[in-house]
Design a protein around this ligand. Structure first.
Ligand code: NDP
Length: 325
C-alpha cells in the first residue's frame, strides 16, 4: 500500500520511461491496461505479447503466469511485475531474470478480498446455511443470533490481504485472532505466531486461510489442524488450494469435525465434476474469484514502480520467488 511519501511520488511530474513494457496474460484485457498505463505514463511504449518488437528495447514485463522460457528473449529487463498477488506461477522457476520482481497489491484487490471473507464469515455467524435449508422445507426455523463479539474468527496468514481481512472483521465486531509464522501487530486483533498455533486453533470457530502457497505451507492445513479446532468449526479457504490437505478436509467435513466449508480454491481447477466437494451440502464452492486485480487501482502501482526503477529507487511490493511470496 502506498504511504504518504509514495502518494507524493505518485503525483510527481510525468517521466519518460526508457524502454518498452511487454504485457502478457491470457486472462486480463491488454487494451484496458494500455489505456490505464498510458494515462499514468503517456510516453510508455506498451507492447502486447507476442508483438514484442525489438526485444532489446524491453525493460519492463507485466505478466500473469508467463510460460517457461518467456523471459529468455529480453536481455535488458529492469523489472518484472506479477499481474496479481499470488506468485506461485513464478516460484521455484529457474528461468527468471535476475531483476527485481514485484507483485500487485492494490486497494481494489484488497476490497474484493475483504468482501469475500466478510460475506463468508457473516454467512456462518448469522446461520444463513441453516435458513437456506429451512426454506427448502418451508420451515420457520428461529435460531437466536449470537452477538458478534462472542464469535471467534481466526485468520492464518497476516500479510497484505490477511491483515486487511482481520481488521475488517474486527471493525465489524468479531473477536478476531490471527496466526502467522512471525509476530504481527494489527489493532483490535489478537496476533499469535509460531508455536502458539495450537493455542490459536483451539479457540477459533471460523478459520480463514490467507496463507500464500510455498514449500513450507503446502499441505500445512491438514487433519491435525482440523482436529485442533473446536468440533463443528467452519473453514474458509480464500488463498490457494494446495495449502490444504483436501482428503483430510473431506474426512473432517464427513465426520462433522468441520461443520461447513467455503472454498474458492482447490488442488485442481476447474474442480473436476466427480470431486466429492460437489456432493457435500455443507460446502459452498466458488470458482477462484475471491479477489482479482482491479486494473483501475493496480495501474497506479505499476506506473509508480516504473517511475521508481527509472529513478533508481526500490520498487513497491517486491517478492522473492525462491521463498514463494
Ligand atoms: P502476503 O505475501 O502479503 O502475506 C503472506 C503472509 O503469510 C505474510 O504475513 C507471511 O509472513 C506469512 N507466511 C508466509 N509463510 C508462512 C508460513 N510458512 N507460516 C506462516 N505464515 C507464513 O500475501 P497476501 O496476504 O497478499 O495474499 C495471500 C495469498 O492470497 C496470496 O499468496 C494468493 O495466493 C492468495 N490470493 C487468492 C486470491 C483468490 O482469488 N482466491 C486473490 C488474491 C490472492 P512474513 O511476511 O512475515 O514472512
Amino acid at each position: 500500500m502506498p504511504n504518504s511519501q509514495d502518494e507524493k511520488s505518485l503525483s510527481a511530474a510525468e517521466i519518460k520511461p526508457v524502454g518498452a513494457l511487454v504485457f502478457y496474460s491470457e486472462f486480463d484485457d491488454p487494451h484496458e491496461w494500455r489505456d490505464l498505463l498510458k494515462s499514468e505514463l503517456p510516453s510508455l511504449d506498451f507492447r502486447v505479447y507476442p508483438d514484442i518488437g525489438d526485444p532489446e528495447d524491453v525493460r519492463y514485463v507485466l505478466a500473469w503466469k508467463p510460460f517457461p522460457g518467456f523471459f529468455a528473449p529480453f536481455p535488458n529487463l529492469a523489472l518484472v511485475t506479477n499481474l496479481g498477488a499470488g506468485i506461485d506461477s513464478l516460484a521455484g522457476r529457474s528461468d527468471l531474470p535476475d531483476v527485481p520482481i514485484a507483485r500487485l497489491s492494490d486497494d481494489g484487490m484488497i476490497a474484493l478480498m475483504k468482501s469475500y471473507v466478510l460475506f463468508s464469515v457473516i454467512r456462518y455467524a448469522r446461520d444463513i446455511p441453516s435458513f437456506e435449508e429451512a426454506k427448502r422445507v418451508a420451515e420457520w426455523r428461529y435460531i437466536h443470533p449470537r452477538p458478534l463479539h462472542r464469535i471467534k474468527v481466526g485468520i492464518m496468514g497476516l500479510g497484505h490481504l490477511g491483515s486487511a481481512v482481520a481488521s475488517a472483521l474486527a471493525n465489524l465486531g468479531f473477536d478476531v485472532l490471527g496466526w502467522d509464522h512471525e509476530q504481527k501487530s494489527i489493532p483490535g486483533v489478537r496476533c499469535l505466531f509460531g508455536d502458539a498455533r495450537g493455542e490459536f486453533l483451539s479457540q477459533v470457530e471460523i478459520l480463514v486461510n490467507m496463507l500464500p502457497l510455498t514449500p513450507q505451507t503446502r499441505g500445512l492445513i491438514d487433519g491435525h489442524v482440523f482436529q485442533a479446532l473446536p468440533k463443528g468449526a467452519k473453514f474458509i479457504n480464500a488463498s490457494r488450494g494446495p495449502v490444504v490437505d483436501e482428503p483430510a478436509l473431506i474426512e473432517a467435513l464427513r465426520s462433522g469435525q468441520i461443520g461447513g466449508a467455503t472454498l474458492d480454491v482447490f488442488w485442481t481447477e476447474p474442480l473436476p465434476a466427480d470431486h466429492p466437494f460437489w456432493q457435500m451440502d455443507n460446502v459452498l464452492i466458488t470458482p477462484h474469484l475471491a479477489s482479482i486485480t482491479v486494473p483501475e487501482t493496480a495501474a497506479r502501482d505499476v506506473a509508480e514502480n516504473i517511475r521508481r526503477v527509472h529513478e533508481g529507487k526500490e520498487p513497491l511490493h517486491l517478492v522473492n520467488p525462491r521463498r514463494g511470496y
